[in-house]
Write a protein that binds this ligand. Structure first.
Ligand SMILES: Cc1ncc(COP(=O)(O)O)c(C=O)c1O
Length: 395
């Protein structure tokens, strides 16, 4: 690993195989994967439909080029269109690229219809939209931008959840409002009631596009194919990646025909929509875009959330946030790292965000008994951590 640039803080485990919700290393250890490549292995590991689809497509054709027609790309775009309120899809390879495409589309649309002054992008505190310059500039977290300036101009930031502040910032100069319907990296933050509806109204008033970044919340994660479908607020543009390919890199930007401002020569991607990635997306959608499957995701999410709430009730200041199988257990800076370490020692993989919150995003195929197994481990971790805090142990 010496030759790999140190852009990640890695934990000392090295999985080399996986089956279902479990990962295995060369030493014979097994781990319950309750984070799934950060909301990416939507079908778990080694799912036969996905493996077979990728194998068969690799035999036929891995890549050709967007110089030519790619029939399976059209087929998958139509599947997404049929399952959502959108009718045009641009494929890329990652979440940050989907966000770049959305920003470019919104600016091009505003430029064409209103002129160059309408170019501002409004985003929100604690957001995360990726690491390339557009996505990073949209990411309203100063610590992530530090040292990389100057950032591209034309981005303004409002506090997440504060509609009055957003009202002050959205105006005739606004090309788009970009928001995660539930913030993932920022702490699994659910906006207050009325916030997304309010943004929808603001965008309508000022002819700005409402963009939902569903890179983390999409592809079934919240128990809806896309989280917006559970909110009643329909955005104009949506970004998707992570779970969409079940682990095969792919991203997508969806919009409506009237906003599809990107034309030949204005945007593109060598690998975007390649046959291999499309075969993976098709296999994932065939499993996930099914009402019974999504209902089961919601059911497992409810079991998890209710049980975590009981745990949180024992810890002053603790909170449970999220939807479906994207859940954050905020235990504060004292307890969260201890519980995280306990889970790791017990072989249950979660993710610690901001030093305070355990993020859980298991495969959508996780079984109910695996959810209970993870909960037992979380309980053990909280018990052990609470016992180190005398005032809580008494409570
Ligand atoms: C909401 C959101 N947008 C964009 C991204 C960036 O995706 P990627 O890492 O695939 O570029 C992420 C990644 O965590 C994300 O959660």
């Amino acid at each position: 690993m010496e030759a790999v640039m140190k852009t990640y803080k890695r934990l000392g485990i090295a999985p080399t195989g996986g089956r279902g919700s479990w990962l295995f290393d060369e030493e014979g250890n097994r781990y319950l994967d309750f984070i799934a490549g950060i909301a990416t292995n939507s079908l778990g590991h080694g799912h036969q439909a996905l493996v077979k689809a990728v194998q068969e497509q690799a035999e036929k054709l891995i890549h050709c080029s967007n110089l030519y027609e790619i029939p399976i790309q059209g087929e998958v775009a139509q599947m997404l269109a049929d399952a959502t309120d959108f009718d045009k899809v641009f494929f890329c390879n990652s979440g940050t690229e989907a966000v770049e495409a959305a920003i470019k589309l919104a600016r091009k649309h505003a430029y064409t219809n209103h002129g160059p002054k309408k170019h501002e992008i409004v985003t929100f505190s604690k957001s995360f939209h990726g690491r390339t310059y557009g996505g990073l500039t949209a990411t309203a977290q100063p610590k992530l931008q530090e040292g990389f300036g100057p950032m591209p101009a034309g981005f303004v930031y409002a506090p997440f959840g504060d509609l009055d502040a957003a009202k002050e910032m959205v105006g005739s100069q606004t090309a788009a409002v970009l928001v995660e319907p539930i913030q993932g990296e920022g702490g699994v933050n659910v906006p207050p009631d009325g916030f997304l509806e309010g943004l929808r109204q603001l965008c309508d008033e000022h002819e700005a596009l409402l963009v939902f970044d569903e890179v983390q919340t999409g592809a079934g994660r919240t128990g809806h194919l896309y989280a917006y479908q559970g909110t009643g607020v329909v955005p104009d543009v949506l970004t998707s990646a992570k779970g969409l390919g079940g682990g095969v890199p792919v991203g997508a930007m969806l919009t409506k025909e009237k906003y599809a401002a990107l034309t030949p020569g204005t945007h593109g991607s060598t690998f975007g929509g390649n046959p291999l990635a499309m075969a993976a997306v098709k296999a994932v959608l065939e499993v996930v875009n099914d009402e019974n499957f999504l209902e089961e995701v919601r059911f497992k999410g409810t079991i998890l959330k209710n049980a975590l709430q009981k745990l949180a009730d024992r810890v002053p200041g603790a909170a449970v946030r999220g939807e479906g199988l994207l859940i954050g257990l905020d235990l504060g800076p004292e307890l969260a790292p201890q519980v995280f370490e306990h889970c790791l020692e017990e072989g249950v993989l979660v993710n610690l965000i901001g030093g305070t919150t355990l993020r859980m995003a298991p495969p959508l195929t996780v079984t109910r008994s695996e959810v209970r197994y993870a909960l037992d481990t979380f309980r053990g971790g909280v018990d052990a951590a609470v016992s180190t805090q005398p005032e809580m142990a008494v409570a």
